[in-house]
Design a protein around this ligand. Sequence first.
Ligand SMILES: Nc1ncnc2c1ncn2[C@@H]1O[C@H](COP(=O)(O)OP(=O)(O)O)[C@@H](O)[C@H]1O
Ligand SMILES: [Mg+2]
Length: 400
Amino acid sequence: MNLDSKSEVSDWWQYLQTVAKQEDVQAGRSLQTISPSTPRTEMIATDVPIDGSANAVAGTEFSQINVQSQLQSESQLQSESQLQSQLQSQIQAESYLQRPCINNRFYLGEPIASGAFGQVFLATDSESSHQVAVKLEERSAKYPQLDFEAKVYRWLSGGKGIPSLMWYGQEGAYNVLVVERLGYSLDHLFQFCKGRLSLKTVICMTTMLLHRLEYMHNRGVIHRDLKPENFVLGLGEDSSVLYIIDFGLSKCFRDPVTQKHIPFREGKSLIGTPRYASINNHRGCEQSRRDDIEALMYIVIYLLRGSLPWQRLKHNSGEDKMKHFKQIERVKSSLTPEELCRGIPSEFAVMLKYARTLQFDETPDYMRLRRLLSRLFKKQMFTNDNYYDWTERMVLQTDM
Ligand SMILES: Nc1ncnc2c1ncn2[C@@H]1O[C@H](COP(=O)(O)OP(=O)(O)O)[C@@H](O)[C@H]1O
Ligand SMILES: [Mg+2]
């Protein structure tokens, strides 16, 4: 099945969500099961052919019986467990081959997220049998971004905490970006930890993010849409590495040949997410490295305190968005770093003050910011053991 029409993907999306919901209701689970860390065994159990008919599940059972009898006659001597694992991989192979396919290689699976600009799915790479993440964007999108995002992925490739790009191209009505599959986003983990993270976890995450920003900035790119949803943990050996994703709104702030910084401009519209936007971004100034650092500081305060003061501003759906953004800007700029950081260590106020006073074309002192964090880490006598707020609960969950 190829992605020739838009309706194929949205049918697939809706179909999967209906199946997931039905299964969740039956099993008494929450929708958490369609998260990126769904154990492989559960993926197999929920694989059903996508013919949309009520007999889809029955179809899977039928093929299971055929596969089983064939395997038994071929190799009587194999142990029960060997048979079982062969059976499972064959069922998996048979079922994923019936899914929508990209570039004759990547078979779409469950949805991970539906964002403002596209949809992200899990998929199976038929060459390696590994899972990957696939981001789809309609080719007819008013403001296509995926082509640019793929270029940024290529440009940044090889950096620590930058996901590997596996393929970019067009399939049917879609632009498709295929990247290595990662784990939960910082937003998922924040929710998982009941809407607040500990000082130790936040120091470790912020230190990694400062490294990611330093790397990107050194390559001449600013992110411009920093938020917890765009930071994602790795999997397996990399499960304590925080990755940065979603380069759709990124921008080159320096000419790659002459190294000349882009000029300062005013009168621009806000780009990114208002909750974490820098004050200068609100005010219509061209963004540069300083705005990434300031946005990072609002994220850090949000993770530690559980909320930001401007979240309380009421916004009716019919109301003018610009008016709401203006209100956010007013509250944000009326609060001093000390006021915003009340109740959390003073180092964060120092960092925010520093971010707010950076010049447009100034190179941030990433090392100085990390040093503030490492001193605080030592002062608190934390141990560097990759043990975070979610570690224990995650292990328990994957063991089940
Ligand atoms: N490689 C990946 N592995 C696992 N989950 C991912 C991956 N890429 C994205 N996601 C999930 O999908 C969400 C949306 O992806 P993103 O690239 O940020 O798209 P959008 O532009 O729609 O925000 C992320 O917040 C994250 O939860
Ligand atoms: Mg995103």
